[in-house]
Every structure is written in C-alpha cells, then in structure tokens.
Design a protein around this ligand. Structure first.
Ligand code: NAP
Ligand code: GDD
Length: 337
C-alpha cells in the first residue's frame, strides 16, 4: 500500500487531497498542529481512516521523526500561513513556516536517507507573479511577489528546484492559481462574500465590508486543483506546473454572480472607498468598502496559462465559476439553517 504524508491536512486543500488519496487506496498520514480547541472540522468525516500525528513546520525535529517513522512514498507540503493580508502583520512567522518550513521538510528527507524514494509536492502559488510581468502567466513568466507571503513562497519554490537539481530529489511545485470551495477559510474573499450574502439574505447580517473589489483573479475549484497535485507526483520526472482555469473575473464580478444566484436586485453607487451596493427592495446598503481590507501592496490581476499541465498531465478543470459559487452558497445557506 502506498503511503502519503500531508502537511496542512486540516486546511481546505489538505482535506480534499486526503479524500482523493484514500479513494486511490493510499495509507494517508497527516500533520496536525496542536491547538487549544479542535481544528479538524474539515476532516472529521474521514477522521477514522487517517493517521494523524502532531508536528509543525517550524519544528525540524518533528518533521524528521515523522519522515523517518512513516517512510512515505509521497509527501504533499500544503501547510502554510496562507493568508496574504495577514502575512503583512506576521511576516517573520510567515517566512518561518512558508519558506523555512519547506527547507526543513526537504532536509528531513535528506537526513533520513530517503532522497531516492520519496516524491515531494510543494504548494506553490500564483502570488509569485504578483506585479505581473506577462499576461497570461505561465511557468516561464518572471516572478515579482508583492507580499511577505509571496516572497516566502518564492523561497519555497526555489529551494525545491535547488534540491531537485543538487540532490536529484523528485521534488515538484504546483504553481496554483486561486481555488475555492465550500471549505474555504472564512477570511478569504469568495467565502466572505458567499457566506456574508447568504446571511444577509436570511436576515442574519446587515452588510459585508470589503477592500479592493476591482482585483482580478483566476478562480477554480479546490477539488480540481487537488487532483492536479496527485497527477504532478505521478510523473516520471519532477517538474513545475501552472494550474489554473485560464479565465479571469474581478471580485466585483464574483459579487454580482452571487447576488444573482441569491435573487438580490441591487444598485451600485459611488466610487472608490465610497462605493456601496444597495438592495433595491429594502433600500439598505448591503456592501460597503473599508481601507481596513486593502493591502499595503496589492496583486491587482492574475490570469493563468495552464497549457503545460493540460498537455503533460492531461489535466483540466471540471467546474466553472458559476457552479463553484452555487455550491458555496448552497453550503452556506444549509449551514445557516
Ligand atoms: P488553508 O486552508 O489556510 O490551510 C493551511 C493548512 O496549513 C492548515 O491545515 C493549517 O493548520 C496548516 N498550517 C499552518 N501553519 C502551520 C505550521 N506552522 N505547521 C504545520 N501546518 C501548518 O490553505 P489552503 O487554501 O488549503 O492552501 C493549501 C496550500 O496551498 C497552502 O500552502 C497555500 O499557501 C497554498 N496555495 C493555496 C491556494 C488557494 O487558492 N487556496 C493557491 C495557491 C497556493 P491549522 O488548521 O492548524 O491552521
Ligand atoms: N481576503 C479578502 N478580504 N480579500 C479581499 C477583500 C476582503 O475583504 N476585499 C477585497 N479583497 C481582494 C484582495 O485584496 C485580493 O486582491 C482578492 O480579493 C483575493 O483575496 P483573497 O481571497 O484573500 O486571496 P489572495 O488572492 O490574496 O490569496 C489566495 O490565493 C493565492 C493564490 O493566488 C490565498 O489562498 C493564497 O494562499 C494563495 O497563494
């Protein structure tokens, strides 16, 4: 039986990837961070089928022990401080986890003498492109990260490449564009919108307050993107791949899509920080803007070109954005009930 070890198993992607690997017959091990309350809600439905171990990406010793005890065939490094805005507030910690955490994992593989047997997947990101140097962005597009998160992930990307070239490790990076799901963390913009508007619809909340609604993203479904992670590790040779839907919409477009799904009739008024969205039935402001949610430096636009993954991995997304938004809203409405 093949063994996989996942860091970040309690996160959005970790939970979908664990399901995918269990379905394929893997023995799935996951790294759990100690917390003062339960944080396993995304994996509770498969809890009994998983082998969970305490560990942390800032703790080299825990990674070495896990790698040497489990001797996994595949390692998926999904653990991260993954919030871009928060990375401006805790840049040092973000670097410790997202940059050095990757190095610690690679060193754990080397020090356990498993360099020739383990395959390593690194959760890289379209945030590397930041202030984009080319449209659309593909594997050869120069990087220009715009946040402590992006810079930390850039280190992760390069150290993976370096260990591949220096030590012959089967180590690959998936440069994933934004991907969402009903399990998305509540402070990311799509979930904030689907959950907030669902609560407004049910009369449980007055309004949502957002930041830059003109930012553009290439949004896919986490399930599709986690399938790509597995495909990347099944390749004979390690490599880096852009994973994206190759389509782009603005945050405001996504809001309008959700408003339509929920049957709101609205009017947008004002500009910049004074822009508001008014529910024409009640006359109330349901969306406003605050500087609080703007970033010190923003990634205004991201659009992927996943031709390489589509050709070499035979991968393509199965969800469109409207289906994704509907699934998130249905989940949020059900949860409110
Ligand atoms: P997420 O929901 O925020 O999950 C992050 C996971 O990392 C959680 O399980 C978290 O544990 C864990 N973690 C945080 N700090 C850790 C530490 N010090 N040691 C060990 N584990 C730690 O993120 P996601 O959306 O699933 O993303 C998965 C990975 O893909 C991340 O590396 C992210 O940066 C990257 N990525 C995401 C996207 C996207 O659009 N979702 C796109 C590109 C790349 P707790 O549950 O205990 O907090
Ligand atoms: N979170 C948030 N909250 N973002 C907002 C808000 C708000 O109230 N209002 C506007 N935005 C804008 C952000 O400024 C950004 O331009 C866009 O919405 C998306 O923000 P997030 O959903 O927080 O995602 P992200 O693009 O910054 O980062 C996500 O995707 C990356 C891949 O490109 C994260 O999942 C990262 O971990 C991932 O690497």
């Amino acid at each position: 039986m093949r063994k996989a070890l996942i860091s970040g198993i309690t996160g959005q992607d970790g939970s979908y990837l664990a399901e995918i690997l269990l379905d394929k017959g893997y023995e799935v091990h996951g790294i759990l961070r100690r917390s003062s309350s339960f944080n396993t809600s995304r994996i509770d439905h498969i809890f009994d089928q998983l082998k969970l171990h305490y560990g942390d990406l800032v703790d080299s010793q825990s990674l070495s022990s896990l790698v040497s005890d489990i001797k996994p065939d595949e390692i998926y490094n999904l653990g991260a401080q993954s919030h871009v805005k928060v990375s401006f507030e805790i840049p040092d910690y973000t670097a410790q986890v997202d940059a050095l955490g990757t190095l610690r994992f690679l060193e754990a593989i080397r020090s356990c003498g498993l360099s020739e047997t383990v395959k390593f997947y690194q959760a890289s990101t379209s945030e590397l492109y930041g202030l984009v140097q080319e449209v659309p962005q593909k594997e050869t597009t120069p990087f220009y990260p715009r946040s402590p998160y992006g810079v930390a992930k850039l280190y992760g990307y390069w150290i993976v490449k370096n260990y591949r070239e220096a030590y012959g490790l089967h180590a690959s990076s998936g440069i994933l564009f934004n991907h969402e799901s009903p399990r998305r963390g509540e402070t990311f913009v799509t979930k904030k919108i689907t959950k907030g508007l669902s609560r407004i619809k049910r009369g449980m909340q007055e309004k949502i307050t957002l930041g830059n609604i003109y930012a553009k993203r290439d949004w896919g479904h986490a399930k599709d993107f986690c399938n790509a992670m597995w495909l990347i590790l099944q390749q004979e040779k390690p490599d880096d791949y852009v994973i994206s839907t190759d389509q782009q919409v603005s945050v405001k477009d996504f809001i309008n899509m959700c408003l339509e799904i929920l049957g709101f009739s609205v009017e947008w008024k004002g500009e910049g920080i004074n822009e508001v969205c008014i529910d024409t039935k009640t006359g109330k402001v349901i969306i406003d803007i605050s500087k609080k949610y703007f970033r010190p430096s923003e990634v205004e636009t991201l659009l992927g070109d996943s031709t390489k993954a589509r050709k070499q991995l035979n991968w393509k997304p199965t969800y469109n954005l409207k289906d994704l938004a509907k699934e998130m809203i249905e989940y949020d409405l059900e949860e409110i009930k």
